[in-house]
Design a protein. Structure first.
Length: 281
């Protein structure tokens, strides 16, 4: 049986495509994690799924994604662009926001080289420095505080310790030196497509204006490639020691995100509890 989040997302993707004169036949689900990506011919529809459980005003997140990608694409940065065949959205269909993107042929099984990931991310960062729009300034810390409220029952007695730890990490980050600028926000290779055009970044809905060290810590902690090699290949060879509080924030975020995922997939609750126990230990 198909996950109800996916079933609903496919239905609204098809309806949105029909309403805007885009191909609507033979939908193909390309991904079904935080968002459901539905290919319809030369267009990909993006519909929120797991993020619906933790992000109020989710359409605003998708709108930022479109604005950032449009800006970056206009500068020739290595990103997947929104479609120009119809307004990219978000379009509200049966209570769900939908955005439209150009389908780019890619190989999801191909693992990008760490150096290619680092070089392409540096290009994105360079282009992002000129982004003139408003962005959140509290990023993952604000979302964690929201998750603490949402997950109070699941986190139980661990919640005070997690709140304390977040406060300590946030203070360390506030004292950390380094540049502040618009960020990708979730800069791991799972958001990078290996295409005939080269590596192309996608998924800018987590973007915020903060220390560059956040994106670099996310990159360094990835398990999809050799994160240390990717960090070493980033221009300037950032010092891993300077990323410590950002890596800790990423780790804490990952632990709590597992509980959000378990709300959608209850069979994964044990996995989330194990991760929490390991974190506290």
């Amino acid at each position: 049986m198909r996950d109800p989040y996916v079933t609903r997302a496919v239905a609204v993707a098809v309806e949105a495509a029909r309403e805007h004169g885009l191909p609507a036949g033979e939908p193909v689900v390309l991904a079904d994690r935080s968002n459901v990506l539905v290919r319809l011919g030369h267009v990909v529809s993006r519909v929120p799924a797991t993020t619906l459980l933790t992000r109020p005003g989710i359409a605003d997140w998708l709108a930022r994604d479109v604005r950032l990608a449009t800006f970056l694409s206009g500068l020739g940065a290595p990103v997947v662009p929104p479609t120009t065949d119809a307004p990219p959205g978000p379009h509200l269909v049966k209570g769900l926001p939908v955005t439209f993107w150009r389908y780019v042929r890619h190989d999801p099984a191909q693992v990008p080289a760490p150096a290619d990931v680092a070089a392409s991310l540096a290009q994105v960062h360079e282009a992002l420095r000129g982004y003139p729009g408003e962005l959140p300034s509290d990023g993952p810390a604000a979302e964690l505080r929201r998750m603490f409220g949402l997950l109070a029952d699941e986190l139980g007695d661990a919640l005070p310790a997690l709140r304390t730890r977040l406060g300590e990490v946030a203070e360390a980050i506030a004292r950390a030196p380094g540049p502040v600028q618009p960020l990708h926000g979730d800069a791991h290779p799972g958001n990078l497509l290996v295409t005939d055009e080269g590596p192309l970044w996608t998924d800018f809905e987590d973007t915020w204006r903060g220390p560059l060290a956040w994106d670099l810590a996310v990159l360094a902690r990835t398990s999809l490639i050799d994160g240390a090699a990717a960090l070493a290949a980033y221009p300037g060879r950032p010092d891993p020691a300077g990323l410590t509080p950002f890596a800790e924030l990423r780790r804490l975020f990952g632990v709590c995100w597992r509980f959000v995922v378990a709300r959608r997939f209850p069979h994964r609750l044990a996995e989330a509890r194990e991760a929490l126990a390991a974190y506290l230990a």
